[in-house]
Design a protein around this ligand. Structure first.
Ligand code: ATP
Ligand code: MG
Length: 468
């Protein structure tokens, strides 16, 4: 009884769960915890500039919401989470001349970070006439370690969207809440734009909470950055599609190598520590991939149903084999790594190399000559500038963050939910991870594209039990 929720159906239904506001994901505003005397009620210059051009529907109604689920099963009424629509509000909570905005980038690189920095700067400057924007250098520690803040203006960010990486620099570790709060007070910062992944978002949530607790007039907006696409709620994260696109070059090279030598095997390792989205989408797009392994899919190498037997069978049929593996796949097969990075993330062992060695050993034993090529394009994929669609996407994200912060919202992140940009409470994404559902239809499309079996375990029943 699944059906797709169109606006007409939505209006004709009086589903009490939707209408009651029970599932509305509200976002704290400075107005909620600061005295009215501290919050000016300023007419939004962004909307008046746009109305001037004859667009009178630019304002976002405060009651506009975006539904997380548009495929609704009336029997399962738990799916009605809804988020405030992002966009400019008629009234804002800051006078443009008193805004002192800071932008910081943390964690790993991802295509599009510079576009977000540029659009945050340009948007604040041109839409809201803000003139005080600084870039914090080298991640969270740049708030307080004495590195001078970088003054940003449309001139300083001109053209940076064509560069990979982040002009502000990034780092892991170095999150010190007290020192960051001290820097916020010392520099009079009142809007923070924090670009980063899951760790960064947890840090942003801690800063936002502390600012509210201490009654500081500071809006904290996060722009979610994860090349792995593992942030929940939002449709997909920026840079993800660029990564899928860029990965094609490695897959094509591996395929060429595999097809030109007898029993050629190409192995490509792609990003994806806990979630296999890049590997799955890159394989789906490529169509030449014979097998895709992701962290969500437990597998065995040996045995009649194992990976090696499948590779052997395909080599007999086709003479070549293209294997894509996400970096977090099969970690249970490797000796557990005890190393952690400065942010406390566990370092992973190289599953690509491991597979190469194990498959080589298998074919040596079987007396079958193979030609194995291993490609690891990880850093090449991360460091490229964003493709056209990600450029546009990054610009909208930046604007959503600005509109929200200017209106006094805090402790929120932004992103598309069913194609409509929304503001999402930080606690809905902090500490949670989106993973590939290997019982879902996208993974089944992957299986029909590669032709790989649904399980490489010798006892499939155990597999179902493990992943359920
Ligand atoms: P990615 O995983 O995409 O590279 P990330 O944001 O998860 O991005 P991390 O290196 O894990 O990258 O974290 C980035 C920053 O966030 C670091 O400065 C780290 O100190 C800080 N951080 C990580 N976890 C927390 C946490 N639980 N609370 C506060 N700060 C955190
Ligand atoms: Mg992370």
């Amino acid at each position: 009884a699944d059906f797709i929720l169109s606006p007409e159906i939505y209006q004709s239904l009086s589903i009490s769960d939707i209408d009651s506001g029970r599932y509305l994901k509200s976002i704290p505003r400075l107005q909620d915890f600061l005295p009215a005397s501290q919050i000016p009620r300023v007419c939004n210059p962004a909307t008046s500039k746009v109305s001037f051009r004859g667009l009178d529907n630019y304002d976002t109604s405060p009651n506009d919401v975006v539904l997380k689920q548009t495929v609704i099963n009336p029997d399962k009424r738990r799916n009605f989470a809804r988020y405030l629509r992002a966009g400019p509000r008629s009234w804002i909570a800051f006078r443009p001349e008193e805004v002192r905005a800071a932008i910081v980038t943390c964690g790993g690189l991802c295509p599009g970070i510079n576009t977000v920095i540029r659009e945050l700067t340009d948007g604040l400057w041109h839409l809201y006439d803000v003139r005080s924007i600084v870039g914090i250098r080298g991640g969270y520690r740049g708030f307080y370690n004495g590195t001078p803040y970088l003054e940003l203006s449309p001139r300083t960010v001109d053209g940076i969207h064509r560069l990979g990486g982040t002009i502000l620099g990034s780092s892991r570790g170095g999150f010190d809440l007290e020192q960051i709060l001290g820097a916020i007070r010392r520099h009079g910062l009142n809007q923070l734009y924090i670009i980063g992944g899951d760790g960064t978002i947890r840090g942003a949530a801690a800063i936002a909470e502390a600012c509210m607790r201490e009654r500081l007039r500071v809006s904290v907006a996060s722009i979610p950055k994860t090349i792995d696409n593992d942030i929940p709620v939002i449709d997909h994260s920026f840079g993800f599609m660029t990564a899928v696109e860029e990965a094609q070059r490695a897959l094509n090279a591996a395929h060429v190598e595999a097809t030109c030598f007898p029993n050629g095997i190409g192995i490509v390792r792609l990003m994806g520590r806990n979630s296999g989205f890049i590997a799955m989408y890159a394989s789906l797009a490529n169509r030449d991939v014979d097998c895709c392994l992701i962290p969500e899919l437990p597998f065995e190498i040996e045995g009649p149903n194992g990976l090696a037997a499948f590779v052997e069978k395909r080599l007999q049929e086709n003479g070549h084999f293209l294997l894509v593996v996400a970096e977090g796949a099969g970690q249970d097969l490797l000796a557990a790594s005890t190393e952690i990075d400065a942010s406390g993330n566990r370092k992973f062992n190289d599953i690509g190399l491991y597979l190469k060695e194990r498959l080589q050993a298998y074919f040596n034993r079987e007396n079958i000559e193979v030609s194995m090529k291993y490609i690891d394009p990880t850093y090449m994929v991360r460091a490229v500038p964003a493709t056209a669609s990600d450029q546009m996407y990054c610009a909208v994200l930046a604007h959503s963050a600005i509109h929200g912060a200017m209106a006094g919202f805090t402790s929120f992140t932004v992103g598309p939910v069913n194609g409509r940009h929304a503001m999402i409470p930080l606690q809905d994404v902090a500490g949670q991870q989106q993973r590939v559902d290997i019982r879902d239809r996208t993974w089944s499309r992957l299986l029909s594209s590669t032709g790989q079996p649904s399980s490489f375990l010798n006892q499939p029943a155990a597999a179902l039990h493990q992943t359920a």
